[in-house]
Design a protein around this ligand. Sequence first.
Ligand code: HEM
Length: 237
Amino acid sequence: MSSEIATKPYSLSWLGHFFSSSVGRKLIMSLTGLFLCLFLAVHMSGNLQLLKSDGGRAFNEYAYTMTHFAPIKVVSYITYFFILLHAFDGVALALKNRQARPVKYAATPVGSTWASRNMTLLGVIIFFFLVVHLKGFWFEYKFGAMPTVTYDGKEFKDLYSIVKEAFSQWWYVLLYLISLVALAYHLIHGFQSAFQTLGLNHKKYTPIIKAFGWFFSIGVNLGFAIQPLYLFFIQQS
Ligand code: HEM
């Protein structure tokens, strides 16, 4: 194999080898993970339009912009791709680790947290949440027979009524809250772990990165959690 590479000086096969190696996969996971953190912060902030008492107008207009503005559409496709890449590499790394260590540690590794030992499980929960979430809102918006509303003579899909209807069911709200707890744990460990993978391991800065990771994870997930709770308790009454 190595002689094959050696006879092809311009071969890109080293790139393929690198990105399927553990180091390469970890690098991809950290970069895609940080991008997805940014997506989550923007998604959560945009969705706060759900809290306006305007019958859903601001949210419907926001959803329209997000799905009709070309640069945002490109970012959306990058997001879908990065979610799949992040999940695929996560599973590949977990399987590799399991093969390398078929017998579980007898004792909990020193310094490890519950979240750090359960990142794959948390990731799988988030993935299943995403399937339900995208089917319920995103798929309906893009491909479903949506109700419409007219503002100033222009027709909009009434995504707000779909979201409000979904969060009128207690079990749907509960499903979201449980998934958001899983996401919070996943982010708390993932955030600082991404910086470590990128080599940013410093006596002074690592505690700051860890603290910011906590602040970010709790903040984003509280921001998300308010939305179903508000629609269930305030808007339905
Ligand atoms: C209460 C919390 C949430 C609400 C109310 C919500 C609402 C929505 C709605 C209405 C859409 C479809 C509209 C659109 O495509 O712009 C959407 C899309 C999406 N949501 Fe959420 N979401 C929530 C939490 C989450 C979480 C926690 C994640 C990730 C773990 C997530 C990931 C996504 C993704 C990837 C899309 C597709 C975005 C795109 O097409 O660019 N959402 N969400």
